[in-house]
Structures are given as C-alpha cells and as structure tokens.
Ligand binder design. Structure first.
Ligand code: ADP
Ligand code: MG
Length: 309
C-alpha cells in the first residue's frame, strides 16, 4: 500500500494499543507482550469476508466490532484472560470515511473487552478482516472441548437463535415488531464475546465451546471430543422475547438449535455445581455418541464453507 495510504491507516489504528500486558505496540516489526509467571499463551485467528460473513451493506462500525467479538469469543470459550490482538485488514481502497467508522467499531470493542490492538497488516483487495487474539491461561487450566462426562449438565449463556432471526429479518422473510427488529439487528451486528463468563467458568466447567456455527453443530464438537452423547431438551432453550413473538415456535426453536453467529457459550458442569447467573440448563450428558434433541432437522450441521466442493 502507498505510504500516504499507510500513514492514514496508521493514524486510525495506532492509538488503540495500550494494555496491561503490552510492552511494545503498533509501530515496530513485532509487538511485545508479557505473561504473568505460570501463565501460558492462548491464541486463535478468525477471518471475515464481505458478502460471506457479513452483508455488503453492513455499517463499518459494526463490521469492526463484530470481527473482534467473533475472534474474542474463542478466548472466552477457553477461559483465557485477554492480552491483545492483531488485525490484518484487506481493503478495496483507503476510504477515509469508511476507515474512520471502522476504527470507531474497533475502539468500542478494544475498550469493552480490554483487548488492545497491538499490530496488524494492511493490504489492498476484497474487503476482508482477520483478527488474531492473544490470551493468557493459568498453567494446566483451560476449558477444552474434551472434558464432558456422563452425568454432567449442559448450559448455554444468553439467548439463542437471535442472529439467525436477524438474517431472516434482513432477507425480509420475517417482519417482527419494530422493537424486536432493533434488538435482533443489534444481536447480529454487535455480538458480545462472553469473556467474563469464560473466566468465571474456568476451573468448574468440564467442557466449553462458543456457539458460532449453531448449538447442535457446536455441541456435536463437545460430544465428539469428549466421547459422550449430549442430550438437549428443545423446550428448555432460552429464547428472546423477539423469538418468542414469532407465530411459529418451531421456526424459533430451529433458529435456536441450528442458527450460527450468536457467540454465546455452551458448557458442561458436573451435576450439582451451581451455574453462573445469566445461563440456562438445556440438557445433560449421557453415554453414547452425537447430539440428541428429540427432533429430526433438515440441516443440523451448521454453516459449511466448502460444502459444495
Ligand atoms: P512490516 O512491513 O514490518 O510488516 P507494516 O508496514 O505492515 O510492517 O506495519 C507497520 C506497523 O503498523 C506494524 O507495527 C504493524 O503491526 C502495524 N499495522 C499495520 N497494519 C495495521 C492494522 N491494520 N492494524 C494495526 N496495526 C497495523
Ligand atoms: Mg506487514
């Protein structure tokens, strides 16, 4: 990218890099962060492509916030303490208005998650945002997918199916009341990574995953990794007032079971362990394989990018 355009980008992204774990931020060849004694680094990267992961007419503020939330959600699912992130940005052009708005979305997420932007890369091409997150875990402690045991109870945070409902609203397939529309679009455009819940669960949850592809698809990952069967009771699924306003409860439940992009946490606790506030019991763990929700659904597998290849 030409120097003038790079300095523009630098202006928008260089002030978001201060943080407790940051020794050196944007401006040099690498950023330098430090861990506390006894901690280990957890890292993950997520990419968002225009037209694939977000509609082309999304606001730049929302694109920025959402890209960070989806990446930070993986730290939440491990119970990791956020340290910082890098953002690789591919832009069709250096549109200053767009960059300004996008950086506002980044700034909101940096501040809300206390996740400083310590570096990145900027190139020209179709609009694509890759966010690499860095987090800290106490040595020997992490919430993996493989620890669920027979007899555990299964919980989720928040409400499910809202992002899928928002996509139906955007596609004009469903027209709920105006306040519900506003709520659902906010849930799609501004998902919240459950970082505090992740930290709360560390040490008690036997298995955890963030729901990015849909509850059934993601619970399946826990079942497979743990070698157990997960039984989910659709009647227990937490639905928002917006989803409960739908004429068809079946549709709402289908969104909650198979819709992706909610970024809530699904986790298992040994029976009798009190769940954190804001979470809902949805099922239990049995001997066996797979996920059983007592319903036959057309496509429980979640979104598959290479399904047609
Ligand atoms: P290099 O050629 O060494 O990779 P760059 O010119 O790509 O350096 O970047 C210079 C500095 O600006 C680096 O510290 C890099 O981390 C930072 N940077 C570049 N793009 C971004 C971005 N989109 N967000 C945050 N920091 C960025
Ligand atoms: Mg570079």
């Amino acid at each position: 990218m030409p120097v003038a355009e790079f300095s523009l980008i630098y202006r928008y992204f260089s002030h978001l890099g201060r943080g407790e774990a940051v020794d050196l931020s944007v401006g040099d060849d690498c950023a330098i962060l430090h861990l506390q004694p006894g901690e280990r680094l957890a890292t993950s990267v997520d990419t968002m492509v225009e037209g694939v992961h977000f509609p082309s007419d999304s606001f730049p503020e929302d694109i920025g916030f959402r890209a960070i939330s989806t990446a930070a959600s993986d730290l939440a699912a491990m119970g990791a303490r956020p340290l910082g992130m890098t953002v690789a940005l591919t832009l069709p052009d250096a549109d200053e208005l767009w960059l300004h708005a996008f950086s506002e979305g980044l700034a909101a997420a940096v501040s809300e998650y206390e996740l400083p932007l310590v570096g990145g890369d900027t190139t020209r091409g179709p609009l694509t945002i890759s966010v690499q997150v860095l987090g800290a875990l106490p040595l020997g402690q992490a919430m993996l997918r493989n620890g669920a045991s027979v007899g555990d109870e299964v919980f989720v945070s928040g409400t499910l199916g809202d992002a899928a409902a928002a996509l139906a609203v955007m596609a004009q397939e469903w027209q709920p009341g105006a306040d519900h529309v506003e709520y659902l679009l906010e849930r799609f455009n501004r998902p919240r990574a459950r970082l505090e819940l992740g930290l709360q669960l560390l040490g008690s949850a036997t298995a955890t995953i963030d729901i990015s592809d849909g509850l059934l698809a993601d619970a399946e990952h826990i079942a497979a990794a743990s070698g157990v069967k997960i039984c989910i009771d659709p009647d227990l699924l937490p639905l928002s007032p917006a989803l409960r306003s739908h004429d068809s409860r079946d549709t709402a439940v289908r969104w909650a079971l198979t819709g992706g992009d909610d970024y809530e946490l699904c986790f298992c606790l040994p029976a009798g362990v009190a769940p954190p506030a804001g979470t809902t019991l949805i099922g239990h763990v049995e001997a066996g394989v797979g996920v059983d929700c007592g319903l036959v659904l057309a496509s429980p597998a979640g979104y598959q990018h290479f399904d047609d290849q």
